[in-house]
Design a protein around this ligand. Structure first.
Ligand code: C5P
Length: 233
């Protein structure tokens, strides 16, 4: 499970993030840099985390015209991202541009192609919120439609809640990345995550990777927290 845990480094700055990463070295393979940390520290934080030996999930949820997203993908390959996110609502041309550019740029720079995962419907949006932004489908229908589109355009998988993991696994097949936040070990506070699953439940439902932040980064002993999660406690 060590390779399936992605620790969300939602910490105030690069110093705190790197200190946490050093604490977790050898315990997990993946860390996630979200918008807050990336916009504060820039691409150097990705290089620093890779320098510590981590695989880095750069979660910027790209959504723009294809030309811009293509450029962002090229830049992120150069910075050493190992996994990136795009919004599936960016549409076919944008998703295809992202997938194509990751392949082209990784060949050009001689690095491994980053994993491309699509965000379908943000878990903060319910059916009413979708209707308000002009989407007549239910969240579940929209998730399925966007996941299918993302797969057809060359995405490697999706980010979704543990509740959607089984449906995504069935839809996308056994090789797909199904990356789930909203994961809480039994001993941790749910906090602001509304629909939570334990690590074991999320994996049983079909998740390939678990994004876990505060239960690890907020623990008195983060390395021990990872150990408890890996051991299934
Ligand atoms: O601290 P916690 O375990 O809640 O962190 C979960 C991480 O996953 C955060 O970085 C959060 O932004 C991200 N995330 C989420 N729910 C989503 C998508 C991403 O919690 N639907």
């Amino acid at each position: 499970m060590q390779d399936q845990i992605i620790v969300a480094l939602d910490l105030p700055d690069g110093v705190a993030a790197l200190e946490m990463a050093r604490t977790l070295k050898g315990r997990v393979s993946w860390v996630k840099v979200g918008m807050t940390l990336f916009y504060a520290e820039g691409p150097q934080i990705v290089r620093d985390l890779r320098g510590l030996g981590f695989k880095v999930f750069v979660d910027l949820k790209l959504n723009d015209i294809p030309h811009q997203v293509r450029g962002a993908c090229r830049t992120l390959v150069r910075q050493g991202a190992d996994m990136i996110t795009v919004h599936a609502t960016g549409g076919r041309a944008m998703l295809t541009a992202a997938a194509e550019e990751l392949t082209a740029a990784s060949q050009k720079f001689g690095v491994k192609k980053p994993v491309l995962v699509a965000v379908t419907v943000l878990t903060s949006l319910d059916d009413d919120a979708l209707s308000e932004i002009g989407c007549p489908a239910t969240a579940a229908e929209q998730v399925a439609a966007l996941a299918t589109l993302a797969r057809d355009c060359g995405c490697d998988g999706v980010v979704c809640s543990p509740e959607e993991a089984a449906a995504m696994r069935a839809l996308l097949g056994e090789d797909a990345y199904v990356v789930t936040p909203g994961v809480r070990p039994k001993w941790a506070e749910a906090g602001d995550q509304a629909r939570v699953a334990t690590p074991a439940e999320a994996i049983a439902a079909g998740a390939s990777h678990l994004v876990i932040g505060r239960p690890i980064t907020g623990a008195a002993d983060p390395a021990a927290a990872v150990k408890r999660i890996v051991e299934g406690n």
